[in-house]
Design a protein around this ligand. Structure first.
Ligand code: TYD
Ligand code: MG
Length: 453
């Protein structure tokens, strides 16, 4: 059977049987490239060659897991699920210039200082550049072993000889192997480099951290194409105009996913933010129309963020719906529920929704806060001072209780909030110093908060 060609989207990693200008999976244009180089040959069926028998084992034989190593950067350790697991492969993705190299150099220095033999291989910068950055960050004295190299064969040989505890490869897109017949950064090169490095990590007990740039360029494969190979995937997010950076675990074989670490980019590198709620709310003034504080949960930690909405008459026949930091589809749903269940139309009105501080929210529990922000903006009426909002809205207009209600309330109270607007039902809420106004459905919410609406 002739091998059918295979095509991969460099942005999302979806595979296709034929080339097209637009990827069906993620909707990006000009990101589909043909796979080449991998798995050449393979014409014979596998049964023809007898393989070696693999050793089978059971589930309960215990091998005491080697201890995790802490970096000493708490925000990073939390996202890792309590420290770095030996012999694991990690991917740190993010937009170019967001601060991946800075974070990893700081982490490398911390690990090296705590006694882990650490090798930092830069494929993008010369050693002098990395040294300069280390000097600026005050890390010059850390015993990190540094190299500038892009040839994977040389890197693996070196790692084999040196046997470090941790190897950082910055970035996977610059690595190339002479066994693969395509340019560095192509899907096949990136995949094969990641595969070599992760198998090396497992076999030799070396933890490997791969850096991957998120790219929209069709020629260069993004980190999505290697996500499935590694144990842990972290994304470094943030808005360019803001100094806040959020490190988010989207996959973690050794800990909870969805955990976040919050950092601030300063002149001396990235600094941890131990109280993100205070940071996200720090720019907030008096309560104003369209502004609502959402009591959210990120991973295991409660985080308060401000949602801002603006509703204005639209000059266009098709009004605008613009969302930053939340899901556009979900916004459309909330608007539809408000219209159908509460009789509050948004037709002919432009709607803008923004999550302050460059934060991205994916929790359904933000529904009610979004609805509150939209209504507050539409009615030009601010919510009561000192109120937080959370809860999921179903299509029927009913409100569903959110998980970890108690943690949300505790955090709100800690930051000086006095009232919470939340769905009723769920576990009995022990209120300690914060008044919880419970509501069954969106209509009663509108009635109680905005009068008859
Ligand atoms: P960098 O770590 O090089 O990004 P990446 O590896 O993700 O491409 O970060 C580059 C940006 O960080 C750059 O715009 C300058 C800024 N920066 C600071 O603000 N302070 C610092 O101490 C450092 C080292 C970088
Ligand atoms: Mg970099």
């Amino acid at each position: 059977m002739a091998k059918s060609p295979s095509f991969t989207c460099t942005a999302c990693g979806a595979t296709h049987t034929k080339w097209s200008g637009r990827c069906d999976a993620c909707g990006d244009w000009n990101t589909i490239v043909e796979d080449a180089g991998l798995s050449a040959g393979g014409k014979k069926s596998l049964g023809a060659n007898r393989g070696a028998a693999i050793q089978l084992t059971d589930l309960q034989t215990e091998e005491s897991p080697p201890p995790r190593t802490n970096s000493g950067i708490d925000e990073l350790d939390r996202v890792l699920g309590g420290g770095l697991v030996p012999a694991s492969a990690l991917l740190v993705g993010g937009d170019p210039g967001i601060g991946k190299s800075t974070l990893l150099l700081q982490a490398a220095a911390q690990f090296a200082r705590s006694g882990v033999k650490t090798i930092y291989v830069s494929g993008e910068e010369a050693t002098a550049q990395v040294r300069m950055r280390a000097k600026r960050l005050g890390l010059s004295d850390a015993p990190v072993l540094l190299a500038a190299e892009t040839n994977l064969r040389n890197i693996l040989t070196t790692l084999e000889a040196e046997r470090p505890g941790l190897a950082i490869i910055d970035s996977i897109q610059t690595m190339w192997s002479d066994t693969v017949d395509s340019a560095p950064g192509s899907v096949s090169q990136v995949r094969s480099a990641a595969h070599e490095l992760t198998t090396f990590a497992k076999r030799k007990g070396v933890s490997v951290i791969l850096v991957g740039h998120v790219t929209k360029d069709g020629q260069i494969a993004g980190p999505r194409v290697v996500e499935h190979m590694v144990d842990t995937v972290l994304y470094f997010e943030g808005e360019r105009g803001h100094q806040f950076r959020i490190l988010r675990a989207v996959k973690n074989r050794f800990g909870p996913a969805d955990e976040i670490g919050v950092f601030e980019m300063t002149g001396r590198g990235l600094e941890q933010v131990t109280n993100p709620s205070a940071l996200f709310l720090s720019e907030r003034g008096k309560p104003s129309a369209g502004s609502v504080v959402f009591a959210g949960i990120e991973g295991t930690r409660p985080v308060l963020v401000e949602l801002q909405a603006l509703v204005a008459p639209s000059p266009h026949s098709q009004p605008r719906r613009t969302v930053v930091g939340w899901d556009g589809g979900r916004l459309a749903m909330i608007l539809a529920v408000l219209e159908a269940r509460c009789g509050i139309p948004f037709a002919g009105l432009d709607v803008y929704l923004n999550v302050a501080g460059g934060m991205k929210i994916s929790e359904p529990a933000a529904d009610l806060a979004v609805a509150a922000a939209l209504l507050s903006a539409r009615e030009d009426a601010a919510l009561p001072e000192g109120a937080v909002v959370f809860g999921e809205i179903s299509l029927s207009g009913a409100l569903r209780p959110a998980p970890q209600t108690e943690n949300r309330l505790k955090e709100a109270q800690k930051l000086g909030f006095t009232t919470a607007l939340a769905p009723s039902g769920g576990k009995a809420i022990e209120t300690s110093g914060i008044k919880v106004q419970q509501m069954h459905d969106l209509t009663s919410f509108v009635g109680e908060v905005f009068g008859a609406g």
